[in-house]
Write a protein that binds this ligand. Structure first.
Ligand code: PSV
Ligand code: MN
Length: 427
């Protein structure tokens, strides 16, 4: 199914008078503070967040999965779902593929299908954390770090194949996340495992097209419990630094131990010009895959405060990071969840853009912790929802995406088209 822009317009019209009033009020307030609402809107519209191909189906836990129906059955249908999301919010203009979950068959057809929805292909993701039915050697005891050179080579070859698919589709980056590690003390030689990983990544890096980037994603635990080879940003940074200029660290918000200061990690990586990509989600305990901003919106804002500082710094050597949502929703309708995530991310971004950076820096120089907090929280507590809605309105998208999704009964139509018991590939 596709959403006709006229349907969105009609539904927008209902809410327009209310919106106009609140936007005008906010606009005046922002202008008084020296901010330019038009400039903010342009930045919000340019901030596109990729949707991963595995997030369109219902996720689950190891205890069970409760699919909601109408899940996409093919890559084409996944592209359709991202197209629907993008039509509603004008902020999700890219899809990120996971190979081999979503191998593009007819490349040209897949490309033009995506283009018909105004979608680009974001970073491609390799998968050496699962064994595939036709696979010769097992990744049970690791992939790029494996003790057996033949397993390492198989994993390197897989990554090179993923690059090949991505290249044909117009992607410009490869994301490598490894489940490699050990679950029991003594099981693995830390040094050898890291060295093997480094050597394997070097082999992949050599196969990277010259205009591509490689993102090295870290994670402190899961599925391995005792140690993961790339456990933290420091290890990822070490690998990326030794690999070369086109290798970067990727930060996934769910990949930190409780209370880690993620905003500080962001600042450090940006200072080094090594923050390549970002996976958004929220969590209470670990890699919970909750809606971005559902649990800790202030932390998300603090992270964006550092991101904006890095992005707005004219001297910064950090290239613009790639943005993606990485979540696997087990209760909500995946598309509603993604709409909420994108909105929360845009909100945190916009709030960070409204921070009075000069005043904040002066407060810091004067060691005025009270004033610094006032400045940050003034921005955080400004209700910028009308600004985000206006950015969507001007891009012919929905004033209230979730509401329109429900009013148009999108899920019901998808169930009618695809069936109630369909299963999307992914986790
Ligand atoms: C691993 O937890 C991860 O964050 C990586 O990005 C994977 O590619 C993705 O989730 C999907 O499993
Ligand atoms: Mn991730």
């Amino acid at each position: 199914m596709r959403i006709d822009k006229n349907q969105i317009n009609t539904l927008n019209n209902r809410a327009l008078p209310d919106h106009r009033e609140s936007f005008e009020y906010l606009s005046n307030k922002l202008t008084t503070k020296g901010l330019d609402p038009d400039q903010l809107i342009e930045k919000i519209q340019n901030f596109q967040i990729a949707i991963p191909s595995w997030a369109l189906g219902t996720g689950g836990t190891r205890f069970g999965r409760f699919p909601g129906g109408g899940e996409p059955r093919s890559l084409e249908e996944k592209i359709d779902d991202v197209g629907l999301i993008h039509a509603l919010n004008a902020g999700s203009g890219a899809i990120s593929l996971h190979i081999p979950w979503d191998i593009p068959g007819d490349i040209e057809a897949v490309k033009s299908h995506a283009a018909s929805h105004n979608l680009l292909f974001d970073a491609v993701n390799s998968n050496t954390f699962q064994d595939q039915p036709d696979q010769e050697l097992s990744y049970k005891f690791g992939s790029l770090c494996h003790t057996d050179a033949k397993v390492r080579q198989q994993a390197v070859d897989h990554n090179l194949e993923v690059i090949k698919y991505g290249d044909q589709l117009g992607s410009k980056a490869l994301t490598v996340w490894l489940a490699d590690g050990s679950s029991f003390p003594g099981q693995m030689n830390f040094r050898k495992a890291l060295q093997n990983t480094m050597d394997s990544l070097k082999a992949i890096y050599q196969g990277l097209p010259s205009d591509w980037k490689m993102f090295v994603e870290y994670k402190p635990y899961e599925p391995n419990f005792y140690h993961t080879v790339i456990q933290d940003w420091g290890t990822s940074h070490l690998l990326a630094s030794q690999l070369g200029d086109r290798a970067f660290t990727l930060v996934d918000l769910g990949h930190h131990l409780p209370n880690t200061n993620i905003e500080q990690i962001v600042a450090t990586l940006m200072m080094q010009g090594k923050l390549g990509g970002f996976h958004f989600n929220d969590s209470k305990f670990g890699d919970d895959d909750l809606t971005a901003g559902a649990m800790k919106p202030y932390q998300l804002f603090l992270i964006f405060n550092e991101l904006v500082e890095g992005m707005e710094d004219k001297e910064s050597k950090n290239p613009p990071p790639a943005w993606m949502i990485d979540a696997s929703h087990n209760l909500k309708d995946p598309m509603e969840d993604l709409l909420q995530s994108v909105e929360a991310i845009q909100m945190a971004y916009a709030q960070a853009l409204c921070v009075d950076r000069v005043a904040l820096e002066n407060a810091r120089e004067a060691n005025d912790a009270v004033l610094a907090q006032e400045i940050l929280q003034n921005a955080f507590r400004t209700d910028l929802r009308p600004l985000i809605a206006e950015a969507r309105l001007q891009a012919n998208a929905a004033l209230s995406p979730v509401e329109v999704f429900r009013d148009l009964a999108v899920r019901k139509q998808l169930i009618q088209e695809r069936g109630a018991k369909t299963l999307a590939t992914g986790l």
